[in-house]
Write a protein that binds this ligand. Structure first.
Ligand code: ATP
Ligand code: ZN
Length: 300
């Protein structure tokens, strides 16, 4: 077995909104995992890759401090960490490599229903409760507003009721929590989703090759999600129109059909979902024998 130095460490959220998606994604890259008894590590059985299960807020730090080679967490956490480091005069020591299309949310500024909001100037000389002091201060300084960020580690939405702040700045997805607390969204500071971050530390050749491999597989899994393989027969005269109708496809393969001079078979990978409307439009353009298949794996 490899020494820990040779194994890749990936930091993922231990329990929370990102956990299942993160683990599922890595399993779809071909990683077989077993959890340690204390539930803090998932060992890769078939690849020298282990997952460290931690709080999401710790992930950029762990990747930045070279404890982990890769990490999966929300862009909100990544950006907040970057700004905090910047304010301390330190450089960011991790880089962002992929957006993962899950964990979608936004960092929003919300006002109590009773308070009139006429734009950022309404925030002047107010107190705003948040767990995202860095991102909030960036917004305030961009807008030239003088306001106080009051740090709350959780339950930010109750701050106005407690008289601790006039506004709040928190993560929102559906807006249900805000509504239940008599608040409404007035500004969006950041649109966020889960991302993969990578250490900036130079890795040994073997380890780097493994990191590249897992990133390439992740890219493949992400591309495959919406991709479809489409097969159809088309009159040669309609080929240009049919090609234009294929959603997100690169050069399709055009094959001759045995015993037919005027018809060809067209095979294409479509990088976007193929809807019934698309098939109906293709049929109207002259296509026949249409077949759409899911793509399981893809390697560019
Ligand atoms: P811990 O710090 O224990 O890991 P947490 O309470 O900070 O957990 P979750 O609530 O599970 O974490 O959120 C994790 C991430 O999920 C957030 O940082 C954000 O990127 C994303 N997310 C998506 N939708 C929401 C939402 N409605 N509220 C909060 N986070 C959301
Ligand atoms: Zn957290």
């Amino acid at each position: 077995m490899e020494t820990p130095e040779q194994r890749i460490q990936i930091a993922v959220q231990k329990t929370g909104r990102l956990t299942d998606h993160s683990i599922d994604l890595l399993e779809r890259c071909g990683l077989k995992l077993t959890r340690s008894k204390d539930q803090l590590i998932c060992y890769g059985e078939n690849m020298p890759i282990d997952l460290l299960l931690v709080r999401d807020d710790d992930i950029p730090g762990l990747v930045g401090e070279d404890v982990c080679d890769l990490g999966i967490c929300g862009l909100n956490v990544v950006e907040e960490k970057r700004l905090t480091r910047e304010s301390e005069g330190r450089e960011t020591s991790f880089k962002q490599v992929f957006e993962l299309d899950f964990g979608h949310c936004r960092l929003a500024l919300a006002a109590p229903d009773s308070v009139e909001y006429e734009g950022p100037s309404s925030l002047e000389n107010t107190r705003i409760a948040t767990s995202y002091v860095g991102l909030l201060n960036q917004f305030l300084s961009t807008n030239g507003i003088n306001a106080e960020a009051v740090y709350f580690s959780g339950a930010v939405e109750i701050a106005p009721k407690l008289g601790r702040a006039e506004y709040i700045c928190d993560l929102v997805s559906t807006g249900g929590t805000l509504k239940a607390n008599g608040l409404r969204e007035v500004e969006t500071l950041l649109n966020s989703e889960a991302v993969v971050i990578q250490t900036q530390k130079p890795l040994g050749a073997e380890k780097q090759a493994l990191v590249d491999k897992i990133l390439q597989r992740l890219d493949g899994v992400l591309q495959v999600r919406e991709s479809k393989y489409i097969m159809l027969h088309a009159p040669k005269s309609a080929l240009a129109e049919i090609r234009a109708l294929l959603p997100g496809s690169e050069a399709p393969t055009v094959l001759s059909l045995d015993g037919s001079d005027d018809k060809v078979a067209v095979h294409a990978v479509c990088r976007e979902n193929v809807f019934w409307e698309t098939l109906e439009n293709l049929k109207a353009a002259g296509a026949s024998s249409l077949l759409v298949l899911p793509v399981e794996k893809m390697l560019a």
